[in-house]
Design a protein around this ligand. Structure first.
Ligand SMILES: Nc1ncnc2c1ncn2[C@@H]1O[C@H](COP(=O)(O)OP(=O)(O)OP(=O)(O)O)[C@@H](O)[C@H]1O
Length: 262
């Protein structure tokens, strides 16, 4: 059973998970999780290593489909529509629910092509001028334009780690997503690059629902308005970030945030 803090402002739920369990073969990694992901806010998933945060995050855009042993039970909706329905086109879903990974993973192509690739395969921006505009807009939204505008044909992999992560964010933005999932997006970055990404997350929340997995409680406190604490595959507690950190309802949450374990 998840303890839910009551004093949450009511918000549109962009995504809803109901009774979601995830198995790897017969091992249950997520046990009956239900949560609403609000629009235009940042939701943080925290909890000790191996508690299932990434596994649950991946259910939100069906990245678990790529793991043959993984099976998802329960229901997850995006704007009320079941994303596991056979009618759903998974490529379209992953454009609507984009993902940024722990390790920046630009394609071995130019900066321009990294951003243009998604819009091209989705058939947006057929003319060169339109594509140029999408690339510029996405790089500006990701806070990278000024640093790369004079070298768009250089390889994306030649950028610094923090720039590569912003390039990956620009790539996600370019296909006009509604939700952005971030799996420990700063874990490979130094403090300055981390601060830039955190600032960017704050800006992006004006337009998207954002979900971030993080090991840093300071980061969860800085960037999110909602926090869910996971432990051993269960979502133990969910509520406004400030309440989770100052007034946790469960001993397990309190022990984790005070550094007693994890
Ligand atoms: N591809 C996989 N095959 C089998 N088991 C897996 C797989 N991925 C994760 N698991 C198991 O599922 C459980 C949850 O793992 P998951 O990576 O989701 O946790 P996490 O909370 O994100 O951990 P971390 O913070 O260390 O990244 C763990 O017991 C892990 O070993």
């Amino acid at each position: 059973m998840t303890r839910i803090h009551q004093n949450m402002e009511v918000r549109d739920a962009k995504m809803q998970a109901r009774d979601v369990s995830v198995y790897y073969e017969s091992k249950r990694a997520i046990d009956n999780v239900s949560i609403d992901i609000p629009n235009k806010l940042v939701t943080a998933f925290i909890g000790p290593s191996g508690c299932g945060k990434s596994t649950f995050l991946r259910t939100l855009n069906r990245m678990n489909d790529t793991i043959p042993s993984a099976r998802v039970d329960g229901e997850i909706t995006l704007d009320g529509e079941n994303i596991y329905s056979p009618k759903i086109d998974v490529v379209q879903l992953r454009a609507r629910v984009g993902m940024v990974f722990q390790k920046p993973n630009p394609f071995p192509k130019s900066i321009y092509e990294n951003v243009a690739y998604g819009p091209r395969i989705h058939g947006f921006a057929e003319k060169k001028d339109d594509m140029d505009a999408v690339v510029e807009h996405s790089l500006k939204r990701a806070g990278l334009w000024e640093e790369v505008k004079d070298r768009l044909s250089d390889s994306g992999t030649a950028l610094s780690g923090g720039q590569q992560q912003r390039l990956c964010i620009a790539r996600a933005i370019a296909v006009d997503p509604e939700v952005i999932l971030m799996d420990e997006p700063c874990s490979a970055l130094d403090p300055i690059a981390t601060a830039k990404i955190e600032e960017l997350i704050n800006d992006l929340a004006d337009n998207y629902a954002i979900v971030i997995v993080t090991h840093s409680m300071q980061q969860a406190a800085r960037v999110s308005q909602r926090t869910a604490f996971f432990h051993l595959g269960q979502m133990v507690e969910y509520g406004p970030t400030s309440d989770i950190f100052t007034n946790p309802l469960e001993t397990r949450t309190k022990d984790y945030i005070t550094g007693r374990y994890g």
